[in-house]
Design a protein around this ligand. Structure first.
Ligand SMILES: [Zn+2]
Ligand SMILES: [Zn+2]
Length: 138
C-alpha cells in the first residue's frame, strides 16, 4: 500500500482539508489518475474544492518528488503516487487500466553503449500495451 499522506507529512507539508482529500484520492497501489479524475473524486468528498486547488496541489506534490507525472498514452497526463520505486507501465489498449510493472532486466542499464550516441542517459519510460483480462474476455 502506498503511504502518500505519511510521506507528505514527513516532508513538512502543511496538511489542509483540501490537500488531504487530494492526497487521499491519489493514495494507493496502481493509481494513475488524470487531474480531472482527481478533481471529480475529491469533489465527491469535498464539494467546494476547485479545479485550480486540485491542479496546484498536484503540482506541489510533484515538486516535492512524492508524486510523478506519467504519460502512458495519448490521453491526458496522469499522476502516480508510486514515486520511489522505479517501475514501468502496462496499459490496457481498450479501457486504459494501468498497472505498475517491473521488467526483469534494468531497462536503463540494458541500453548498449553504441545505442547511447554519447548521451548521459538518466531515465527511461517504457509502456507495455495489451488487453487487460476483463477486456480480453469481453
Ligand atoms: Zn481493459
Ligand atoms: Zn505507475
Amino acid at each position: 500500500m502506498s503511504d502518500l499522506l505519511e510521506r507528505l507529512r514527513g516532508r513538512g507539508w502543511r496538511m489542509t482539508a483540501q490537500r488531504r482529500v487530494v492526497a487521499e484520492v491519489l493514495d494507493g497501489d496502481h493509481v494513475h489518475l488524470t487531474a480531472d479524475e482527481v478533481h471529480a473524486r475529491a469533489a465527491q468528498r469535498l464539494p467546494e474544492i476547485s479545479r485550480a486547488t486540485v491542479y496546484n496541489t498536484l503540482g506541489e506534490m510533484v515538486s516535492l518528488g512524492e508524486v510523478i507525472e506519467v504519460a502512458t498514452d495519448h490521453r491526458a497526463k496522469r499522476y502516480d503516487p508510486n514515486a520511489h520505486h522505479p517501475h514501468q507501465h502496462l496499459v490496457c489498449a481498450n479501457c486504459g487500466a494501468v498497472r505498475d510493472v517491473r521488467p526483469a532486466g534494468d531497462p536503463l542499464k540494458d541500453l548498449p553503449a553504441d545505442e547511447r550516441f554519447g548521451y548521459t542517459v538518466s531515465d527511461v519510460e517504457i509502456t507495455y500495451r495489451g488487453l487487460c483480462p476483463d477486456c480480453a474476455s469481453a
